[in-house]
Ligand binder design. Structure first.
Ligand SMILES: Cc1cc2nc3c(=O)[nH]c(=O)nc-3n(C[C@H](O)[C@H](O)[C@H](O)COP(=O)(O)OP(=O)(O)OC[C@H]3O[C@@H](n4cnc5c(N)ncnc54)[C@H](O)[C@@H]3O)c2cc1C
Length: 565
């Protein structure tokens, strides 16, 4: 096992991880900072995939109070209000930093102001963007800035376990994916920014490197996870058949924001029957309406259609170039014809419980981005995801730079290291051959059918039994290819192990929440329940507790908007 040392260790190189690295370096350039990532820096994770854009209250007619209220109401009164407030306030600083210090170019109006477009579930057009490929602009600039500084990189290094020293964190165990060697990095402060990623569902949008590893590591380290039942489905996943990995990839929200229609298999527009906001309703409403519609009137592949032609094919081709090209690659005409779509698992609102300075219950461990829970409550507004990762990534960088001052490295518990390595070695020490494809399909089907858009107690209990079975088969199965270097089947096994571990928590939290809020819908408990008694789910060490939401800034039935006028 190789050993390295770094004052600050950042797990993940998305918006959260790279902002943390830049801010920590800016706070103290003498610190040793390491970004460790499962893929290549700048080329992996979901920040790069951001299409629509970044929510921020910039326009004179908009306000942070309005952005805040949209976030709280969209989150069905479950967000932590202090975290949501921090998001809307600091998003303004971060977007300015992205443009003025890091070099991003966002689209502009003829008068030179930043163009902001409409996104579903918001009362103001506040989404800053670069065409419909905003994430590439943000990630390219962030990666260039990191490369230009004295920041260490461990690429294709997969974090597998948080290693403690007593009650605090000593460092992180990795697998160097290129050689298969184990690497232990000792660090004074570690940031968990591996980006969640609900890739345990049959249809999903996140990048393949995301398999909830960070959340699984946090669970094993005994950290509390909140809101885990809240998995957001994006209504418009491309449905192009089972032969292509393009199925499940997202067609951006701006299509509905711009006036796109959703049609069922009989080519009837159905959203106005479900919600007065029709296609511009929040993702949970639209996904559920689609799920119900596709039961009775499915499109040929079992979904619905999106139709943009009534807005003018040329205009659509101009404004949604990336989307139109993506559909054309799969043989569909988005600008002038119909494209089949299906709700697709997109984002986990749940994650590690954390404080406004990004610290967690484990001293030395910090969290930011999609690995964290509490900012979005029951529903994330489109455009609030990348704002969340950049805002809290920067906060984490500042906090960690201060935290490591006058702190020493800790010695790792050797027994913990040994146990973590033995766990990773299981598929080489077991003897019963397993078929990962079959196990993955079972996981996909179980999560989509029983822990997906519409849930009930019987389905969730049966899902838990099925997940237990998959977990047992993974734990006792062996892999045929026993060499370690670039053994992607081994990494697939590790991915599935993390996904099953986290899937169980999603199912337990979904069973415990006996109401329907935002992304979580129980057909046996369809009501939201009294908003003033809102509680969030908190899972720790196998136990689920419902804890009351603290309405620190605004109570249900009230609004900050009149005060802001
Ligand atoms: C297709 C798509 C479109 C989206 N569009 C929008 C949008 O328009 N607006 C918006 O606000 N949000 C959007 N989102 C959501 C947004 O991308 C995320 O909220 C945000 O980018 C997450 O940032 P992050 O830094 O937490 O994680 P990511 O950017 O996902 O980065 C996670 C990093 O962790 C690494 N990693 C994972 N596991 C390990 C491990 N075990 N060891 C080491 N490294 C690891 C990954 O390789 C990656 O580098 C979109 C998401 C998708 C999938």
């Amino acid at each position: 096992m190789r050993e390295l040392t770094s004052d600050i260790l950042i797990l993940g190189a998305g918006g959260a991880g790279l902002f943390a690295a830049l801010h920590a370096h800016k706070a103290n350039p003498a610190l040793s900072i390491t970004v460790a990532v499962k893929g290549l820096l700048g080329k992996c994770g979901c920040t790069r995939m951001v299409q629509g854009g970044y929510n921020v209250a910039l326009a004179r007619e908009d306000s942070i109070e309005r952005h805040f209220m949209d976030t709280i109401e969209g989150g069905k009164w479950l967000p932590d209000q202090e975290l949501a407030w921090q998001l809307v306030v600091l998003a303004i600083e971060r977007i300015k930093e992205l443009e003025n210090e890091l070099g991003c170019f966002f689209d502009r109006n003829p008068d030179g102001t930043i163009h902001q477009k409409a996104f579903a579930g918001q009362t103001f057009d506040r989404t800053v963007h670069k065409g419909d490929l905003t994430g590439i602009e943000i990630m390219n600039r962030l990666a260039e800035q990191v490369w230009a500084r004295n920041i260490n990189r461990l690429e294709e290094h997969r974090a597998v376990e948080l290693i403690k020293s007593g009650d605090a964190l000593a460092g992180v165990l990795f697998i160097d994916m290129r050689s298969g060697e184990y690497v232990f990095v000792r660090a004074k402060a570690v940031l968990l920014a591996t980006g969640g990623g609900p890739t345990m569902y049959k249809y999903h949008t996140p990048s393949g490197d995301k398999s909830c590893d960070g959340l699984a590591m946090a669970l094993r380290a005994g950290l509390p996870l909140r809101d885990m039942e809240m998995v957001q489905f994006h209504p418009t996943g491309l449905l192009a058949g089972t032969h292509t990995r393009m199925t499940g990839t997202v067609l951006e929200e701006g299509l509905r924001g711009a006036g796109g229609y959703l049609l069922n298999g009989a080519r009837e527009r159905f959203m106005p029957r479900y919600d007065p906001l029709a296609e511009r309703a929040t993702r949970d409403f639209v996904s559920r309406a689609m799920f119900l519609e596709l039961q009775s009137k499915p499109s040929p592949h079992g979904g619905a259609y999106i139709s943009m032609a009534h807005l003018g094919a040329e205009k659509v081709a101009r404004e949604f170039k990336g989307m139109v090209e993506r559909c054309a690659d799969c043989g569909f005409d988005l600008a002038g014809g119909l494209v089949e779509v299906v709700p697709t698992a997109h984002y986990m609102m749940g994650g590690v419980e954390f404080a406004a300075d990004c610290s967690t219950a484990l001293p030395g461990l910090f969290v930011a981005g999609e690995d964290s829970g509490g900012v979005h409550g029951a529903n994330r507004l489109g455009g609030n995801g990348v704002a969340n990762s950049t805002v809290f990534g920067a906060v984490a960088g500042d906090t960690m730079a201060a935290w490591v001052r006058n702190r020493d490295f800790r010695a790792a518990d050797p027994a913990a290291l040994e146990a973590a390595i033995a766990q990773c070695e299981k598929p080489f020490t077991n003897s019963r051959r397993m078929d990962l494809e079959v196990l993955r399909e079972r996981l996909y089907e179980t999560m989509w059918q029983k822990v997906g858009i519409v849930r009930d107690a019987a389905g969730l209990e049966s899902a838990l039994a099925e997940l237990g079975g998959i977990e047992a088969e993974l734990a006792t199965g062996a892999l045929p290819d026993r060499q370690r270097a670039f053994n992607l089947t081994w990494h697939d096994w590790l991915n599935l192990a993390s996904l099953v571990e986290v899937s169980k928590v999603i199912a337990v939290a979904a069973l415990a929440r006996r109401d329907s809020r935002g992304a979580h819908y129980r057909s046996d408990f369809p009501d939201a329940g009294p908003l003033e008694q809102s509680a969030y789910s908190s899972y720790r060490d196998g136990a689920l507790t419902m804890k009351p939401v603290v309405f620190s800034r605004v109570k249900p039935g009230q609004s900050l908007l009149k005060d802001a006028a």
